[in-house]
Design a protein around this ligand. Structure first.
Ligand code: TXA
Ligand code: MG
Length: 327
């Protein structure tokens, strides 16, 4: 985070005025930490790629992981994800509550590409905290919220924990006391025929299996504890085209993912992540531009150099994965 981006972080009281303030900040693209029954979440409007980029920035996260979209009710969840019979059963049994469902993305979904890290699936949950549900409802859209701590630190269970990490980096924290569950939500993927436990959490596995009437398969995890995906459960978006990094110029047959106007002499052959060199804007555009370039049918995407600083680190992490040979 640059010095000039320092914000004044306000502590909002858990009442109607605080709810209205928090919702107003979210609607304006700001960041508000919100209490949930599991841990405090660092919320930003999930439909706004700039707000989502700011979430990664505030956390100093060196990579883009898909985020959970928090919604106020089942009707809102249905706009974002495709519910099958299993999803209906689990939502009925455990929502609001510490269960996150990973579902196929609904055709009219509003959550932006960056919040999903480019995936065609969506992680959804209705938090148990009624105050936070009111903020989400008043914000008028799903709220993306990873745990409200700096990357690598432990998840916060009180507003004081949040401030210890994020004071000066976010616009507000709604104080809602201590989180009763204290561990993150259980994540279940319903993308495959077999339901999968991606992360153990607040709802015990056995309770989920009882409601489903079948056992949960495990997730394969990498060293970072991120789910690695067998079959349909791709955990990372990868373009079909091959990707060439650190491109100084566009070669014959390539289209460009530009930064700061480097390919400006090839108009119509490139999309610029940020003509002005703003890394937050670049992060906000990353997945949608990669998709647009991929959809053009080009076989090779050349990517202009992007500085390895601030959000550039996460952007480059994503691009290096996109450029890696796949098997
Ligand atoms: O209790 C919680 O879940 C807290 C509170 C704030 O709600 N949130 C939280 O978010 O733990 P976060 O960002 O720390 O964890 C989200 C997890 C990540 O492991 C991510 O990989 C997974 O959800 N996830 C999100 N979308 C996914 C998707 N489409 N497919 C697979 N995994 C997904
Ligand atoms: Mg976390």
């Amino acid at each position: 985070m640059n010095k000039e981006d320092k914000r004044v972080t306000r502590l909002l009281a858990p009442g109607p005025a605080g709810i209205a303030e928090a919702a107003g900040i979210l609607r304006a693209g700001g960041l508000v930490a919100l209490p949930t029954e599991t841990v405090y979440g660092l919320g930003g409007l999930a439909t706004d790629p700039r707000a989502v980029a700011e979430i990664y920035r505030a956390k100093d996260r060196p990579s883009f992981n898909p985020l959970i979209a928090h919604v106020a009710d089942v009707a809102a969840a249905r706009r974002e994800g495709v519910f099958d019979v299993r999803a209906e059963k689990l939502a009925e049994a455990f929502w609001p509550g510490p269960l996150t469902l990973v579902l196929p993305l609904a055709p009219g979904a509003t959550v932006c590409d960056l919040a999903r890290a480019g995936l065609d699936s969506i992680a959804l949950r209705i938090p148990g905290n009624v105050l936070t549900r009111s903020v989400i409802a008043a914000a008028g859209g799903p709220v993306a919220a990873p745990s409200a701590n700096l990357s690598g630190h432990v998840s916060p269970a009180t507003a004081a924990h949040v401030l210890a990490d994020l004071d000066g980096r976010i616009d507000a924290v709604v104080s809602g006391g201590a989180c009763p569950v204290g561990v993150e939500s259980t994540i279940v993927s319903l993308l495959d025929e077999t339901p999968r436990l991606l992360r153990p959490g607040g709802v015990p596995r056995a309770e989920i299996e009882r409601v489903l009437g079948e056992s949960l398969a495990g997730a394969v995890e990498d060293e970072a504890g991120q789910p690695v995906a067998p079959g349909l459960l791709a955990s990372h978006y990868a373009p079909r085209a091959s990707v060439r990094l650190e491109a100084e110029t566009l070669r014959e047959g390539e289209i460009g993912l530009d930064f700061c106007g480097r390919f400006a002499d090839a108009p119509g052959r490139a999309l610029d992540l940020s003509p002005s060199g703003d890394l937050t804007e670049a992060a906000a555009n990353l997945f949608s531009m990669l998709r647009a370039l991929d959809a053009s049918g080009a076989r090779e995407i050349a990517v202009a150099p992007i500085p390895e600083e601030d959000l550039g680190e996460a952007i480059n992490d994503r691009l290096r994965r996109a450029a890696a040979p796949r098997g």
